[in-house]
Write a protein that binds this ligand. Structure first.
Ligand code: FPP
Length: 255
């Protein structure tokens, strides 16, 4: 999906189960990857961008239409200023370098999170890519930046209260409320993958992950590659997704 990436040569064996439509990633472990090699934490983030390229290429090759990447949380502002600077620098460079590729491959970028206070030039590059890829619809990349699941729900509630066409209390339901979330119009993730062995959600897509399958892998994000991603998808394909129904009902609905 992105320039300079070797072609994806393997294919997961999903045993006839359709590939997930939407996979969300918590890209964790960049700092530990670097520290264990005696490197500065920021080297881990640099390597993490390489993994982003590979994983997005996998998604396109394997027919996964929506990919979400948790790049910076509302809590990440507590990190040292220098690390924050490097992270947004990497993001700015990535967006600038890959805009032609996004347009060529018909990839639309979406923002999850609050863009207020994002540093330049990341903010400008983000808005340029959001604007210029608006018409793209074959593939969708959702970048979660300055994102927190609780913050998103509060911002959605605020948007709804400010909307002159808001639903009345009796009209309000999950579908109506979803339209005010950052993910309005985008299907919920089928699968969430977190790297680095941490088994928690860290305020990520609290609403949207209600029925997702979770796969936690021990590898740090810079070591997460196409083979490991394929195995995570194979594990997903073996899961029994029932959405609250009995096994027989779910099988009848092709779940
Ligand atoms: C978590 O590892 C990773 C992050 C907070 C940042 C992820 C960002 C990138 C991979 C690069 C920029 C993104 C794009 C889309 C170009 P950590 O630092 O918390 O690792 P640790 O838990 O080992 O300290």
């Amino acid at each position: 999906m992105v320039a300079g990436v070797t072609e994806i040569t393997i294919r997961p064996d999903l045993g006839g189960v359709p590939a997930p439509q939407h996979v969300a990633f918590i890209m964790d472990g960049n700092g530990r990857w670097a520290r264990e090699r005696g490197l500065d934490r920021t080297e881990g983030h640099r390597r993490g961008v390489e993994t982003v390229r590979t994983i997005l290429e996998c998604c396109r090759t394997w027919g996964i239409r929506y990919s979400t990447l948790y790049a910076f949380s509302t809590e990440n502002w507590k990190r040292p200023e220098s690390e924050i600077g490097v992270l947004f620098g990497l993001m700015a460079d990535y967006l600038e370098a890959n805009l032609p590729k996004f347009l060529r491959d018909d990839i639309r970028l979406h923002l999850l999170g609050n863009d207020e206070g994002l540093p330049e030039p990341a903010l400008t590059n983000l808005h340029r890519t959001l604007e210029q890829t608006r018409h793209c619809d074959t593939w969708h990349v959702l970048l979660a930046v300055n994102y927190g699941g609780r913050d998103e729900i509060v911002r959605a509630a605020r948007r709804m209260l400010e909307d002159p066409d808001r639903p009345t209390p009796s009209e309000l339901d999950e579908t109506r409320f979803s339209a005010y979330l950052d993910t309005a119009g985008i299907p919920d993730p089928d699968l969430m993958i977190r790297t680095s062995g941490e088994i928690r959600l860290s305020n990520f897509m609290l609403w949207q992950l209600a029925y997702a399958e979770f796969v936690f892998v021990p590898e740090y994000w810079p070591d997460f590659d196409e083979a490991r991603f394929a195995r995570a998808l194979e594990e997903y394909a073996r899961r029994d997704r029932r959405f609250g129904m009995t096994g027989e009902q779910a099988a009848g609905q092709g779940a």
